[in-house]
Design a protein around this ligand. Structure first.
Ligand SMILES: [Zn+2]
Length: 143
């Protein structure tokens, strides 16, 4: 399960509206609470995919390292990632699975239709290696 407060939830959905018709992307920071990932802050990232930003995203590894380091300074770990699907459903794609490498993290996808955020779904990257990894539906609790 992913627990996120309304401010952060609204922020990541709005990010997808702002970058429409391109995909937005960002990082979810927080802590584990039992089986739940609790988001305490959201870091917006630039989408570095210039070739196909309307249906692909990539976070600059240097930006990710910086976000991780700054998060640790506040006692936060990376607990997930988010991106948007402009004019596509809030379901993961084969590419999303192929490019997901953070086991035990949440992958949040928001569908943005004609510039308006519609559905937001979250998926946990389960498994322990590339061979058996899978994205599983998980509940989002907005608190
Ligand atoms: Zn995607």
């Amino acid at each position: 399960m992913l627990k996120i407060n309304k401010t952060e939830f609204d922020s990541l959905r709005r990010h997808g509206e702002e970058t429409y018709p391109h995909e937005c992307c960002g990082v979810l920071l927080g802590q584990m609470d039992g089986d739940a990932r609790v988001v305490t802050s959201v870091a917006r990232c630039g989408n570095t995919r210039k070739d196909s930003p309307q249906n692909r995203y990539n976070i600059d590894p240097a930006e990710l390292v910086r976000i991780q380091r700054e998060g640790r300074g506040r006692g936060e770990d990376i607990v997930g990632f988010y991106h948007s699907h402009p004019d596509h459903p809030a379901q993961w794609s084969a590419t999303d699975l192929a490019e997901a490498h953070w086991f035990g993290c949440s992958y949040v996808i928001t569908s943005v239709e004609k510039g308006k955020a519609v559905l937001t779904n979250s998926f946990e990257l389960a498994g322990s290696e590339e061979k058996d990894k899978r994205l599983m539906d998980e509940k989002i609790e907005v608190v």
